[in-house]
Design a protein around this ligand. Structure first.
Ligand code: Z5A
Length: 231
């Protein structure tokens, strides 16, 4: 099982919590942009990077599905029985419910214990998919985001920027989930939305159209610059 698809905690260093607030890192991007691959790299590299305080742990998690409630919501969102497929507004609210539970029960407690949290998707995905993709109100989405997160924001969001054509090529031959099956025009709006959000929210762009090792090196460099002794 890939580390990033395992919601929950990966203890990486024994010891008591550190007392100071930890760091919250998020990976965002269109389907197949390489988040899982890079999360697997970061889950190995971060604990040896010297960035975590002594005793701090690294938690790997994801949205939707980072909690037991979230796992049930994920199933409903991505693989519902045909008669149970949510309409766009219900879909938005289910992602918000997943996030509220995730922040409250997993992310915030980990950060308060001084741990680091590495999350596959967060609120940017709701703006991209439900806002730009489905065409729901971005203002309403922002209000819901504030409610679900209680104002919690990532310390750093890495945006894996990949052309849609390459994402489709990478995913060819794999069964599409309900969101992926929403059609090319939808996916184009989502991809465009990610590019806009990256500018608005000052995400760090990573060129995801390079070899996986190069993407990993670039992400490690960015993290050292941002959180290292001189950052
Ligand atoms: N969603 C939403 O609508 N609203 C929300 O608020 C949230 C989510 C939070 C969750 O799916 C779905 O929920 C997602 C958005 C929606 N919908 N879709 N569609 P997910 O998170 O489970 O799955 P995903 O985001 O679509 O990711 P993925 O398919 O697992 O892909 P990935 O993790 O980004 O990529 P990967 O698995 O690392 O790589 C894909 C393939 O490319 C694989 O064969 C790799 O070996 C290969 N790969 C990876 N990197 C490279 C490089 N650099 N070069 C070449 N090949 C590569």
């Amino acid at each position: 099982m890939k580390a990033t698809k395992t919601a929950g905690t990966a203890a990486t260093a024994p010891g008591p919590s550190t007392g100071s607030r930890g760091r919250f890192l998020v990976l965002e991007g269109i389907d197949g942009c390489g988040k899982t691959t890079q999360l697997a790299f970061l889950s190995q590299w971060l604990p040896t990077s010297g960035l975590l305080a002594p005793g701090a742990r690294l938690h790997l998690t994801r949205e939707p599905g980072g909690t037991p409630l979230g796992q049930a919501l994920r199933q409903l969102l991505l693989h519902p029985p045909e008669a149970a497929a949510p309409c766009s507004t219900a879909e938005l609210l289910l992602y918000a419910a997943d996030r509220a539970q995730h922040v409250e029960s997993t992310i915030r407690p980990a950060l308060e214990a001084g741990d680091w949290v590495l999350c596959d998707r967060f609120s940017g995905s709701t703006a991209a998919y439900q806002g730009y993709g489905r065409g729901l109100s971005l203002a309403v989405i922002e209000q819901l985001e504030a409610m679900a997160t209680g104002g919690l924001e990532a310390d750093l969001t890495l945006w894996l920027d990949l052309p849609l054509a390459e994402s489709l090529r990478r995913r060819s031959g794999r069964a599409a989930d309900r969101i992926e099956a929403s059609g090319q025009a939808f996916l184009e709006r989502v991809a465009d939305g990610f590019a806009r959000l990256a500018m608005q929210r000052r995400w760090q762009r990573l060129d995801a159209h390079q070899a996986p090792e190069q993407v990993s090196q670039a992400s490690a460099r960015l993290l050292l610059e941002r959180f290292g002794a001189g950052g």
